[in-house]
Write a protein that binds this ligand. Structure first.
Ligand SMILES: Nc1ncnc2c1ncn2[C@@H]1O[C@H](COP(=O)(O)OP(=O)(O)O)[C@@H](O)[C@H]1O
Ligand SMILES: N[C@@H](CC(=O)OP(=O)(O)O)C(=O)O
Length: 448
């Protein structure tokens, strides 16, 4: 049995959904189907989830929300008409939006319930469409599928007891269509994963039913060695290990959510990234082990939106508990950190900028000065991280030299280096404005 997840680009309109129907029809092992909400149909288009968020914000702020409502309904109407389905589904979608808006939830929970309407409606539409093709398919709500999650709006985590419940789905007849992106808490409240989280749902279902394969259908033929939006026609990657993909997706390969690998990895389910627009192409396979590659670097990932909190204090290395107290301050303010390269008298804490508002920044800097008596505390924003990834990194001489030379050739200054404890990656912090230049130069050095 296989799990096939279709991302936003694969369900963006009725033409795409017809391709999805063909793909499901072609392989009877594709019994578990997870869908996203309609994504962008072209570069300048919008994602339904983004419009639903605007709708939710407008409603919660007592602003006019009708325009967003019509945009959502119009998009689903086009899909339903394009698939020649009964328009009663559209009334059901309209009704579900009103029900959520008028429900007696907290604002955060209401927002999650609004966001989930994109996936939920798409699953209902696909199920009806497959039935119209003569296939036996049914919509399964994540609550009935057994997707139990933590109570963290917009950032839910799966609870371990879900997996055995999901296993029972194997006994159900026909093709099961499950909306991605959300689950339910133990007390029945809808909760979404973080953005892009339908990949996580697919992986959870794959792990739960112990699938032979988790196919993740998107709009590219494979995972490329670098973001194709930065380098034209980059080299395709045929096989990756879970560890490599986890590092690459964490560091910016948005083609697969970085939290989505863990459930599949734990059950050793192979993951295949495939193209809905070219399903015969073999795609990229993600497995636990692969034959040693001649090329020890498989990919170069990058992401912007980081900042570095620099703290220095003479004899920091001798002060017992300094690191704990520093991280405690971040914990008190509810801020997680990404990396923490350190020296004798100083430490830099790398944080995602979106987590550190200027208000939080002032509080944290004041507290570090007053409570830890630091000599210097400063914050550098607009940083980008570049991650060079490959299983062979640990045993190959000269890879760091190659990277630093390539970055220097691009006339880019390195703000931070973090080889860290990971055996499969090497990280460089640079200024965001220099990112594309650095990546293009690194790509030439490692792959051309
Ligand atoms: N290294 C990479 N390899 C392939 N695609 C990448 C990579 N890095 C970023 N992407 C982007 O990821 C996109 C697919 O992810 P996403 O938009 O989330 O798809 P979906 O709509 O299927 O959920 C591609 O169109 C591509 O622009
Ligand atoms: N629709 C949700 C979840 C998701 O996974 O979407 P996509 O498959 O388009 O990345 C989002 O936009 O966050």
């Amino acid at each position: 049995m296989k799990v096939a997840k279709f991302g936003g680009s694969s369900v963006a309109d009725s033409i795409q959904l017809k391709k999805v129907g063909e793909i499901i029809k072609k392989d009877p092992k594709r019994k578990f189907i997870v869908v996203s909400a309609p994504g962008k149909r072209n570069k300048d288009d919008f994602k339904i989830t983004d419009i639903l968020i605007r709708l939710g914000n407008a409603f919660l702020n007592n602003d006019a929300f009708e325009e967003h409502f019509s945009t959502v309904i119009q998009r689903f109407r086009e899909i339903i008409e394009g698939l020649e389905l009964d328009t009663s589904i559209l009334s059901e979608i309209e009704q579900s939006i009103y029900t959520v808006l008028n429900a007696n939830y907290s604002n955060e929970m209401k927002m999650d319930a609004i966001k989930a309407i994109g996936e939920d409606s798409t699953a209902k539409i696909l199920s009806a469409y497959l039935n119209s093709l003569g296939l036996q398919a049914s919509y399964v709500n994540p609550k009935n599928a057994g997707m139990l999650v933590s109570n963290e709006p917009g950032n839910a985590q799966i609870l371990p007891e879900s997996f055995s419940k999901i296993y029972a789905l194997r006994e159900e007849d026909g093709i099961l269509i499950i909306p991605g992106f959300f689950g339910y808490t133990e007390d029945g409240q809808l909760m979404t994963f973080s953005r892009g989280g339908s990949d996580i749902s697919g992986s959870i279902i794959a792990a739960g039913i112990k699938a032979e394969l988790y196919e993740n259908f998107t709009d590219v033929d494979s995972v490329y060695s670098v973001n194709p939006n930065i380098v034209d026609h980059p080299k395709e990657i045929k096989t990756l290990t879970y560890r490599e993909m986890r590092e690459l997706s964490y560091a910016g390969f948005s083609v697969f959510h970085d939290e989505a690998l863990i459930p599949a990895f734990k059950e050793q389910i192979p993951v295949c990234i495939k193209n809905t627009n070219n399903p015969e192409c073999p795609g990229t396979l993600i497995v636990s082990e692969k034959a040693p590659d001649e090329k020890c670097v498989v990919g170069i990932a990058s992401d912007t939106g980081f900042c570095s909190l620099y703290v220095s204090k003479y004899l920091m290395n001798r002060e017992v508990g300094f690191g704990r107290k520093l991280l405690n301050i971040l914990e008190d303010e509810g801020i997680s950190f990404e990396h923490a390269p350190s020296g004798i008298d100083d430490i830099s804490i790398i944080i995602r900028e979106k987590r550190l508002t200027s208000e939080k920044e002032n509080i944290i800097i004041e507290r570090i000065r007053n409570e830890l008596h630091a000599d210097t505390v400063s914050l550098q924003r607009d940083l980008a991280m570049v991650m060079i990834v490959g299983e062979g990194l640990v045993r190959t001489i000269g890879l760091a030299k190659k990277a630093t030379v390539a970055i220097a050739d691009a006339n880019v200054n390195i703000e931070m280096i973090n080889q860290g404890s990971s055996e499969v990656s090497m990280m460089f912090g640079i200024q965001s404005k220099d990112l594309n230049r650095a990546i293009q130069s690194l790509y030439s050095a490692y792959f051309e």
